[in-house]
Write a protein that binds this ligand. Sequence first.
Ligand code: GLN
Length: 493
Amino acid sequence: MTSKLIDLTVVQLLSGLKHGEFSCVEVVRAYLDHIQAVDPKVHAFITVLPQEAIEAAAKADGIYVSARRSGSLESLPPLLGLPIAVKDLVTVKGVRCTCGSPILDNFIAPFTATGVQHLLDAGVIILGKTNTDEFAMGSSTETSASGPTFNPWDLSRVPGGSSGGSAAAVAARMIPAAIGTDTGGSVRQPASFCGVTGIKPTYGRVSRYGLVAYGSSLDTMGVLARTAEDAALLFSYMAGFDPLDATTVKVPVPTIDLAEHQEIRGMRIGVPAEYFIKGIQPEVEKSVREAIQLLGSLGASVTEVSLPHTKYALPVYYLIAPAEASANLARYDGIRYGVREDEASLGDMFRKTRGHGFGPEVKRRIMLGTYALSAGYYDAYYAKAQKVRTLIKRDFDEAFQRVDAIACPVAPSTAFRLGEHAGDPLAMYLEDVFTLPTNLAGVPGLAFPIGFDSSGMPIGIQLMGPHFKEDTIFKLAHAYQQATTWHKQRPQL
Ligand code: GLN
């Protein structure tokens, strides 16, 4: 029973619960048992909430039973009893939220993030908090204070990052879906490395309230799941205007109806030459081109597009993101949040608290960002980067006049080995070369599996869409998944 339950998709789980094929307690137990069996090897979770989850499941079962009796099943919360996990960068009231950092080791969140609250209102049960690079700064989940997460397909490799815990948990069937955050690729790159589906929504689509700030003009909250259909379902409940986040937008959230055999005839896919650069793993390029071909054979038309300023995206991002981070992380002063090192003078207290509380990558970003924002260099670095950011956004605006979606690789290679990029920050930053342009432009991006390389590691493709057109890229991904079985493969642990 257990292995069957954990193999079900979100859509199948919800249908089974509704039809009384199994109970919420059985589902939650199955996942908790599997976490207990597998997570010592994978280390996807920082916190597991077994008692709270079982209690919530028993309550949900009661609601199902009485609704069945009174014939009101259709009016139940739509995600009632569905277990999910939440990246430890997103707050859940009363639950520890470390952001993978020593400085928040003792931090208990005083409120729940709006996106999570929307899902709780729809009936989900939170099973735990997943591992992340410290303050989401990284591409491998190796900088977490609680230790690295391991890729379920090969435990000697990284799961990607920074939402590596969420991606590994979904891939290893420890949870059917998980929340991640994406500032420069942190949902999509781990989704690709772990062979799952991950959506980074349009900036402003999902509230950032309760998403611990890294780069505020880039931060987004998304979903990782096994299928586009599952991710679309959770995304549609998570999204929406929030008075607590002034950058959310009052545009209607579409119900994304991914009926079987979704018609994609007539949809136009653009392929940007700038994303097929030298140095990309040949198997990745081959699989991406084959996947685009398949989408073409399913009815989409494929044309070339150009995003000429792509080559500036990496330097622009690594000025803007650290600049915003340096300002955002100034709040960890030992007084308002987290760990404090007591010292005789205030200055010493700040120095010791921050000196010991932040890891090396976070310190590097704070120093880079402070430098870029300093009086003598502001115009040369930060202001210049903002101007080039506008050019990058314009590239997308122009391309989306001609196509409905843009297809490209998620990352230049499949999952690398633990430690492979340690000591070489630039090599790590290059991981984001294909994902961070969407964050700079604010457009949505979706990653999903399209094959394996010769070492058996998953390969992903990225579809990018115009602002607020998540439904377009979900439809294309769903059509692809209807025609293939890559997303159904599971790692042998
Ligand atoms: N790897 C990128 C960085 O380190 C992106 C991280 C993210 O999206 N949170 O900044």
